[in-house]
Design a protein around this ligand. Structure first.
Ligand SMILES: CC(C)(COP(=O)(O)OP(=O)(O)OC[C@H]1O[C@@H](n2cnc3c(N)ncnc32)[C@H](O)[C@@H]1OP(=O)(O)O)[C@@H](O)C(=O)NCCC(=O)NCCS
Length: 285
């Protein structure tokens, strides 16, 4: 079948088993709960061969400024035939028509596709994996870390929006409760100064986003999570947070794979970089 014969349609609830098969084939971490975030809050484009979904790409708009493209997955036997490029073109059209800037977090293979479409590198980050129980790092933080409560929620979302560059409270609400033991907040002078959320995944619990005023606060939040979240654990940390990366290594985390945040038509970040320690995940930003 020629590439032009494949029609781009929409993923529906009925396709979730096929979508899950694509995630498994790529060795990714998303579960059905993640696909539902894209179905409910964004759009998922899909290409079918006969009745089977063999390729996907999702868009997720954020706060009227930018939109994420993710879940670009092509079944192995259909790769290098231009399907990712076609799906990406559809995502870009949709996002640009809404007046938003397309952003994504690329794997090395994905980056090759996106460079060809005009995306520019913005900043690198890396996935780290804790396979077994965390070792306690030397020295413990004097900062008090509290579990997130309903009372904190609006303030946490407002704090996040300030540094993420857009309101993503709808997405954060969908993370809430998926890994309650990771949900933590630090206050300084009574005001939010950093937080951590997380979610269970197919292969490992994922912790992030980790947004904090400074590295001391970020370290306190991670120390809290090390005591509450069971391995295996993923965290996607910005490459420039070297002190935090060293700390993660000291507790047993190892580098798993690199990612690059990329944007179409610009490279300047919407996020506040000093305060972004770990992203929510490459599919969410
Ligand atoms: C990465 C992926 C989406 C590419 O899908 P695809 O349909 O094969 O991509 P395309 O056919 O549109 O590729 C367009 C161009 O990108 C480049 N490219 C694509 N895959 C590449 C790879 N694995 N290595 C190097 N370059 C690659 C090539 O220049 C290619 O053109 P060519 O085939 O004429 O040389 C697919 O391999 C995949 O699903 N991988 C696993 C999941 C993944 O990493 N997704 C990306 C998330 S950011």
């Amino acid at each position: 079948m020629a590439v032009s014969d494949f029609q781009i349609g929409r993923l529906t609830q009925d396709d979730l088993a096929d979508a899950d098969a694509l995630v498994k084939e790529a060795g990714w971490n998303q579960t059905e709960a993640d696909w539902r975030v894209f179905l409910d809050l964004g759009s998922v484009f899909a290409i079918r061969d006969r009745d089977r979904v063999i390729a996907t790409a999702a868009t997720l708009p954020y706060g009227g400024r930018f939109a994420w493209i993710s879940m670009v997955l092509i079944a192995g036997e259909y790769r290098r035939r231009g399907l990712a490029t076609r799906l990406m073109e559809r995502c870009i059209e949709t996002i640009s028509a809404a007046g938003l800037v397309p952003i994504l977090d690329a794997t090395p293979a994905g980056r090759a596709v996106y460079l060809g479409l005009g995306f520019q590198d913005s900043w690198p980050f890396q996935r780290m994996l804790l396979k077994e129980r965390a070792k306690r790092p030397e020295g413990s933080s004097p900062l008090e870390v509290e579990p997130v409560t309903d009372k904190d929620w609006n303030e946490l979302c407002a704090y996040d929006a300030k540094w993420f560059g857009a309101d993503r409270s709808a997405v954060l609400s969908r993370l809430r409760g998926r890994l309650p033991e990771a949900e933590a907040l630090v206050r300084k002078d009574g005001k939010a100064a950093g937080f951590l959320l997380g979610r269970k995944g197919r292969r490992a619990a994922q912790i992030g986003p980790l947004v904090a005023d400074d590295s001391e606060t970020a370290a306190a939040l991670l120390e809290y999570a090390a005591g509450t979240v069971a391995a295996p654990v993923y965290i996607d940390v910005m490459d420039d947070k070297t002190a935090l990366i060293d700390r993660l290594k000291a507790t047993g985390f190892v580098h798993e794979r690199p990612y690059t945040r990329m944007m179409l038509g610009r490279s300047e970040s919407f996020q506040n970089l000093p305060r972004t320690f770990a992203v929510a995940g490459p599919e969410l930003g």
